[in-house]
Design a protein around this ligand. Structure first.
Ligand SMILES: N[C@@H](CCC(=O)N[C@@H](CS)C(=O)NCC(=O)O)C(=O)O
Length: 267
């Protein structure tokens, strides 16, 4: 029996939903509202002391960290293999999955500076602070505070854009050797990036790769054509979220793209 604690738009949870969908696995769904603070519920924090989603429970065993959960699912759930079957192939796949935490951090920077900040600015200061003061990791709390103050002008946004520039370049190179990041087979390396790319697309940042990285552009369209994209990502996003992303992202698009051009020119 599988139980997944997740958030509708949470990209790390979506990573795990895509893996479960690719396996054709059923699971009990425990949706969490991260905006109203379900992740800080003491009972939930006993399962996931980091106060984040996803958390997977498999026959009473508690698993946290999306990258590790995805490997666990591939180990224990029947269905198509999502990792290369040789040790060298798996090591090459893990070069991609190992990076997911830093890319997630950059995705979070973009989302917080473009969307969360704009939404929170509509609320009174005390309520704004409440959104992040319970986060257990002090570095993460400090990051929120900085983004709330500076928005897309934060130097953290430049750091995030530099990470994307490096990621897109590495992906463009790898995709010369096959349709997927590790070659002929679709693996956890691809799965790990799909929800991140879709988040960037919702933030109207797809121009960052579409302008300069043709293989990455085709790769993402290929990912979106898989049935798992609809069932594990699209179908979970509440319709009003699309409008909210658009409202707050459109005014920032040109500014972010211009900063990215500068990043590419420097790197
Ligand atoms: N490294 C963790 C990161 C999990 C994470 O940060 N999840 C986000 C959603 S994508 C979350 O729950 N955020 C809630 C919060 O920051 O309060 C993983 O991959 O599972």
């Amino acid at each position: 029996m599988l139980t997944l604690y997740h958030g509708a738009t949470a990209v790390c949870a979506a990573k795990v939903r895509v893996t479960l969908a690719e396996k054709g696995a059923d699971y009990e769904s425990k949706p969490m509202n991260l905006h109203t603070g379900d992740q800080f519920d003491p009972a939930y924090m006993k399962l996931n002391p980091n106060a984040v989603v996803p958390t997977l429970i498999h026959d009473g065993k508690v698993l946290i960290e999306s990258t590790l959960i995805n490997e666990y699912i591939d180990d224990v759930i029947p269905g198509p293999a999502l990792r290369p079957d040789d040790a060298y192939g798996r090591a090459r796949m893990r070069l991609w999955t190992k990076r997911e935490d830093t890319i997630h951090d950059a995705i979070n920077t973009m989302t917080a500076s473009i969307l969360f900040r704009a939404e929170l600015m509509l609320k009174p200061p005390e309520e704004r602070k409440k959104r992040y003061e319970k986060i257990p990791d002090p570095a993460k709390r400090a990051k929120w505070a900085q983004i709330m103050e500076h928005g897309v002008d934060s130097p953290l946004v430049d750091e995030a854009l530099a990470r994307f520039a490096k990621l897109f370049r590495d992906m463009e190179k790898a995709l010369a050797d096959g349709p997927w990041l590790t070659g002929e087979a679709f693996t956890l390396a691809d799965i790990g990036q799909i929800s991140f790319f879709y988040r960037l697309e919702m933030l109207e940042c797809a121009g960052l790769w579409r302008e300069h990285f043709p293989r990455v552009t085709v790769w993402f369209e290929r990912c979106k054509a898989r049935p798992s994209f609809k069932t594990a990502i699209l179908d979970h996003i509440p319709p009003p979220a699309f409008a909210s992303y658009q409202t707050h992202s459109t005014p920032q698009r040109e500014r972010v793209e211009a900063r990215f051009q500068q990043t590419l020119a420097r790197a």
